[in-house]
Design a binder for this molecule. Structure first.
Ligand code: GDP
Ligand code: MG
Length: 597
């Protein structure tokens, strides 16, 4: 395709503002997919994405469009994830396109993720077309939202297009704006091949599929390509585009976006952001490098049933093949047995992986509390990256600790501002900025990531009745007074319940955890002390009273089958407990005990 007839773009939006629905309408209006094959949110492939209505992996589609000027255009849409955990995926797919549609729900206005995502687009030098969506709803307020886009984001909204992705109104105008307002890609056909590796994933039939954006040169089937980061050579066996189903074509030229397969075995062998060229007569200048995405949140995953450990290993290895940002290593816990310590991009990423293991592989899991990576500076001048509070070295060897901090941006209606400030303050936040746009406040806080990973977002939603939006970025490590708090049940430390806490908050946290555990652990035949400790010092204590428990006593008379049923139930319940010393701890205790409220 001629460069002047190509337009590459992405859609940026806050979650639920209508990105996927708009993508569907663009695909439908252009006849890319026949009406009878159309199902809602075509680009959101995985089950979990559909259920939660979020897009996780970037997806792409090629649309043929005959514009009002009578010319045929090729429009390549890369649909990007909208969630904070996947900010890195957003940034890399942005580099593969020249423009963005900025979708804002005209009944809501600009939200925190709108800002985070649009700034990524601006950083990537995109031309931006604002779209005011959901104009079919009575609460739609075009003037207010257009003004907000100018005030808060600082881009011209005079050409904003009123759209209803639901009814299809404004979709034609959107397609015309893509053609007339967004720039065509640049590139040289005769130059050596230079292609950007935008994304890759594993397909059970085809092996690894690599999404590429051709910058210069031409890519053909049979070409021998070289990954510039590590020099590996692969013969290309297939080239194609997504419409959105795979469609094999002969070649990809400059400005085009498509896929290749080349008998690559693992997603880990493809580095996102890498430059692909030809083995012979290749380019020697790689594209500016991308940093690989690093896990920031760690937790332990253990099978409820110890016999399923090998199945869990198998599931985790398979998932990791398709997700290079997910890391794992074996972990043994005195309380939980054999499992894995896993690293994730954020909490949503964690939940997605955990759900997939439970659902697709049918393994029930115990998840331990999420932790961040602490930097532990030792007296001998070395630094240890601590992924698991249970591994905290002896304090006598430790000089000081640093923890990761984030810059959090929260947009919230005035009425709830006080609650939000209190929440941030409670989580050791430092206020950096507070500004107003209409009746909404934008608050920026410097917060410790460890106070956010666990339940901050849930708390934020609940104190603001869902009206606040939130986004964050990492800003670096800073020293603070952090200590490891242990929980002892029946006088024995339960490693899976160890956490890192701020010294000033340790007592309150310790008390809260002991109280919670007292409710979560069933009574036993003997009394059980539950204690929180720092080093050897007990800082909180509860006692769970003894109980003689005999469920079968509930049945009068001699109904043997009913008695047996009850015993079976009891046994099944037991399987979900972890025996610790003489004490059974239910699996949900490991996570519930840490919730702060
Ligand atoms: P995304 O999270 O940005 O991908 O948002 P979705 O496309 O999943 O849309 C979120 C919700 O808004 C869904 O329930 C859509 O049906 C609905 N929605 C999207 N566009 C419109 C619109 O123009 N009008 C109305 N009334 N609802 C819309
Ligand atoms: Mg979506």
């Amino acid at each position: 395709t001629e460069l002047s007839k190509i337009r590459n773009f992405s859609i940026v939006a806050h979650i639920d503002h209508g990105k996927s629905t708009l993508a569907d309408r663009l695909i439908q209006e252009t006849g890319t997919v026949k009406d009878r094959d159309m199902k809602a949110q075509l680009l959101d492939a995985m089950d979990i994405e559909r259920e939660r209505g979020i897009t996780i992996k970037a997806n792409t589609v090629r649309i043929d469009y005959k514009a009002d000027d009578g010319q045929n255009y090729v429009l390549n849409l890369i649909d990007t994830p909208g969630h904070v955990d996947f900010a890195y995926e957003v940034s890399r797919s942005m580099r593969a396109v020249e423009g963005s549609l900025l979708v804002v729900d005209s009944t809501q206005g600009v939200e925190a993720q709108t800002l985070a995502n649009v700034y990524q687009a601006i950083d990537a030098d995109h031309e931006i077309v604002p779209i005011l969506n959901k104009i079919d709803l009575p609460a739609s307020d075009l003037d207010r939202v257009a003004e907000q886009i100018e005030d808060v984001i600082g881009i011209d909204a005079s050409g904003a297009i009123p759209v209803s992705a639901k009814t299809g109104q404004g979709i034609h105008a959107t397609l015309e704006a893509i053609v007339t307002h967004l720039p065509a890609p640049k590139g040289t056909r005769d130059a050596p091949l230079k292609a950007m590796l935008v994304d890759s994933w594993y397909d059970a039939y085809l092996g690894v599929i690599v999404l590429v954006r051709i910058i210069d040169g031409v890519l053909k089937k049979g070409d021998r390509i070289k990954m510039m980061s590590n020099g590996t050579i692969h013969p290309v066996d297939r080239i194609g585009v997504f419409r959105p189903q795979m469609d094999v074509i002969d070649e990809l030229g400059p400005g085009e976006i498509g896929f290749l397969t080349a008998s690559i075995k693992q997603v880990r062998d493809t580095r996102v952001g890498d430059t692909i060229t030809h083995e012979r007569k290749g380019t020697d200048t790689a594209l500016p490098g991308f940093k690989p995405s690093q896990p920031v949140v760690f937790c332990g995953l253990f099978p409820v049933d110890n016999a399923e450990f090998e199945d869990l290993r198998d599931a985790i290895e398979k998932l990791a093949l398709n997700d290079a940002s997910f890391s794992f290593e074996m972990e043994t816990s005195a309380a939980l047995g054999f499992g894995f310590r896993c690293g994730f991009l954020g909490l949503l990423h964690l939940e997605v992986i955990r759900d997939r293991i439970e659902r697709e592989y049918n393994i029930e899991l115990i998840t331990t509390a999420p932790s961040v990576i602490y930097h532990v500076y030792m007296r001998n001048d070395t630094m240890i990256e601590l992924h698991n509070p249970a591994d905290m070295p002896d304090l006598t060897h430790v000089d000081h600790l640093e923890e990761p901090r984030i810059k959090a941006t929260i947009l919230v209606p005035d009425d709830y501002l006080g609650d939000v400030l209190k929440l941030c303050q409670d989580r050791r936040g430092i206020q950096m900025d507070l500004t107003y746009a209409g009746s909404r406040a934008m608050v920026v806080y410097d917060l410790p990531l460890n106070e956010v990973v666990f339940d901050f977002y849930d708390r934020l939603k609940s104190v603001t009745k869902g009206y606040a939006s939130f986004d964050y970025q990492m800003i670096g490590y800073r020293q603070d007074h952090l200590v490891k708090m242990q929980i002892l049940v029946n006088d024995e430390p339960v490693d899976a319940l160890s956490t890192m806490v701020h010294r000033d908050r340790a007592e309150a946290r310790g008390r809260a955890m002991c109280e919670k555990l007292k409710d979560l652990i069933p009574r036993h035949m003997f009394k059980i002390p539950i204690q929180a400790a720092i080093g050897g010092r007990i800082i909180a204590r509860e006692t769970l009273a003894a109980l003689r428990k005999d469920v079968t006593a509930k049945c009068y008379g001699g109904d043997v089958s009913r008695k047996k049923k009850l015993l079976d139930k009891q046994k099944a319940g037991k399987k979900k407990m972890r025996q610790f010393g003489k004490v059974d701890i239910p699996q949900e205790a490991f996570i519930s005990a840490l919730k702060m409220d």
